[in-house]
Design a protein around this ligand. Structure first.
Ligand code: ZN
Length: 129
């Protein structure tokens, strides 16, 4: 197995662990809705139905589920990119983003150098008005 493949496997494992964690948390939230109308909403949400149901709701728990779902989507996207070989690659300079950084920021799309450059430009632009 080459180094690329090993890195890919480690990242995949990391993302899958995150996914399991989020799913676990989401299931805990769902448990709070064992009966009634809300349960149906929750099931609809987890079934990848219309997200607008959530937006209409003021319920904090439902909003949390919505957040879980957004993260899950990001993880799925990351896993897909990983298969394509584009996950963990800086979109600016094309360098590999170090695994240490991805562990902290799994959805980072820039390496640290580029991120800093972008932040500097943004800061500069906002100061210029
Ligand atoms: Zn970069």
């Amino acid at each position: 197995m080459n180094i690329e493949q090993e890195r890919k496997n480690r990242l995949k494992k990391m993302l899958n662990q995150m996914k399991e964690q989020i799913l676990k948390e989401a299931r805990e939230e769902i448990k709070k809705f064992q009966t009634g109308e809300k349960r149906q909403i929750v099931e609809a949400v987890m079934d990848d139905a219309d997200l607008s149901v959530i937006d209409l709701s003021e319920d904090i728990s439902l909003k949390q589920l919505s957040t879980h779902r957004d993260i899950l989507k990001k993880i799925e996207e990351a896993l897909r990119k990983l298969e394509e070989g584009t996950y963990g690659i800086c979109e600016m300079c094309g360098d590999e983003i170090p695994e240490e950084r991805l562990k902290i920021l799994p959805f980072a799309i820039y390496c640290r150098d580029c991120q800093e450059k972008i932040e500097m430009i943004e800061k500069f632009e906002s100061e210029e008005g």
